[in-house]
Ligand binder design. Structure first.
Ligand code: AHR
Length: 481
């Protein structure tokens, strides 16, 4: 059985079932998600390998070979047509030129399920999905349940990495107009024990970790690599439950009455569905989504417990975040541009500006050092890498406003993540393309001889699609210094 078979057996069937990694019904054979590739803007659907099975990641890999791919649709498997697509501007605008949010890279969150490769939805700040015309979702004070499987190591403190029920207008229409799972370290409204991240319920104008706003010590920090997060709500009752998604049972972090503040009892749920954003399209949070559902009716704890057992049996596991020529931690490297006319230029720095400069064996020692980088274990994710300056110890390549800078490591989570990069097989077939860990649509790119993390199309000049594959492919060699 799949999770939605279990919810149906429990009398609380799924009315939305989203996953890029696997079918959530044992009989489901339809599409899981759609990807769009950068080379020609065409799309393809990715389906399970077999009924009820894991997504056919190899179909994505072959469709997206030598180019970039975005996740354009996350299909609803429940038959209600509640597909998730690129979120439009709401009270807050996303980064796209029309105020829409970004789409997620199709390759930012590789995993395995029972040993088979699949991809989750890695959502950086600015990305988000929604369906503002969903059908069958809870409205008003009607009961519903939901769970999602998330990456417990990918979060931030911004509003709001959510999955669940929200406003149909993408505007804040008042307390009680949302009921969604939140995951992260936002402390504006509620907190749990420890330093987070926490599972909370986004009920609009408040992330609730328990009966009221503020600290609720029963809401535990949960940071296992894979997290099961569950929220359910009905007339004057709601609950938060959570677990490690690869072992053990759900813990109940809250189970009680609605918040004692106007608007939350009864609720005024509107029935839209959001992923990765707040109800007003607040787009600055980050997180990773692998699968999730919404039900009609208030699922029993027993039903949720059987769903958790099903998730554990799916055996989520990590897999490599890198491909192409291997990098060795501790070695010194230089990175040569491969764009025709620029192939004598190497990634270098002038002060804090990261650029490309013409370097050769007869260059000065100073220039050789400016163009040499010590490979370090990724500061933000040990499966990837960071690049420390050869001539300025303690300073690393990081992106800021999507330009590459050489900055001193300030020890913050944001610095670590901005300084972490996952090399891939070079998009033009040469060397490596160096992908940003926290913005997986973006790669090291030289543009007018200055270095950026660029996406293949976007609002900035350095995102130009022309020459993208060449500009983001670098041949790595032993460092000049
Ligand atoms: O409830 C927290 C957030 O507040 C909601 O997601 C958003 O709509 C509002 O900014």
């Amino acid at each position: 059985a799949g999770p939605c078979d279990l919810y149906a057996t429990g009398g609380t069937p799924c009315i939305a079932a989203h996953s890029t990694t696997r079918a959530l019904y044992s009989s489901y054979t339809g599409p899981l998600y759609q990807v769009k590739r950068g080379s020609d803007n065409t799309t393809t659907n990715i389906a399970p390998l077999s009924a009820g099975g894991v997504a056919e990641a190899a179909a994505q890999d072959s469709f997206c070979a030598s180019t970039t791919c975005l996740i354009t649709i996350i299909y609803d498997q429940s038959g209600h047509g509640n597909h998730l697509t690129q979120a439009s501007a709401g009270a807050f605008s996303g980064p796209e030129s029309n105020g829409a949010d970004n789409l997620a890279s199709a390759t930012g969150a590789p995993v395995t399920l029972n040993g088979q490769k699949a991809y989750g939805v890695f959502i950086p700040p600015g990305a988000g999905y929604s369906n503002n015309a969903a059908s069958g979702t809870a409205t008003g004070d009607a009961a519903e349940g939901m769970y999602s499987v998330l990456d417990g190591t990918h979060y931030n403190a911004e509003c709001c990495f959510d999955y669940g029920n929200a406003e149909v207008s993408s505007h804040d229409t008042g307390n009680g107009h949302m009921e969604a799972i939140y995951f992260g370290t936002n402390t504006i409204w509620g907190t749990g024990s420890g330093s987070g991240p926490w599972i909370m319920a986004d009920l609009e104008n408040g992330l609730f970790s328990g009966a009221s706003t503020g600290n609720n010590p029963d809401d535990a920090s949960i940071s296992s690599r894979f997290v099961t997060a569950a929220v359910k709500g009905g007339p004057n009752k709601w609950a938060i439950r959570g677990a490690n998604a690869v072992s053990g049972a759900l813990s109940t972090y809250y189970n009680g009455t609605r918040p004692n503040a106007s608007g939350y009892n009864p609720m005024s749920k509107e029935g839209a569905i959001i992923l990765g954003i707040g109800g007003d399209n607040s787009p600055n949070a980050q997180g990773t989504f692998y699968e999730g559902v919404m039900t009609t009716g208030y699922p029993s704890d027993a039903t949720e417990n059987s769903v958790q057992a099903n998730i554990v049996a799916a055996k989520y596991a990590v897999t490599s975040l890198t491909s192409g020529p291997a990098l060795t931690v501790g070695s010194s490297i230089s990175l040569r541009a491969t764009t025709a006319g620029y192939t004598t230029r190497y990634l270098a720095h002038t002060g804090s500006t990261v650029n490309t400069q013409v370097v050769s064996s007869s260059s000065t020692t100073a220039l050789k050092q400016q163009a040499s980088w010590t490979v370090r274990t990724g500061l933000g994710n040990s499966a990837c890498f960071s690049f420390e300056s050869k001539d300025t110890a303690g300073s690393y390549i990081r992106h800021s406003a999507f330009q590459l800078l050489l900055n001193a490591n300030d020890g913050t989570k944001a610095f670590y993540e901005d300084a972490t990069f996952c090399p891939q097989t070079g998009l033009n077939g040469q060397g490596n393309s160096i992908r940003s860990w926290n913005y997986p649509t973006r790669y090291f790119r030289h543009f007018n001889n200055v270095a950026f993390v660029a996406s293949n199309g976007g609002v900035d000049a350095f995102d130009a699609t022309a020459s993208f594959n060449d500009d983001v492919s670098w041949v790595l060699s032993t460092g000049f210094a």
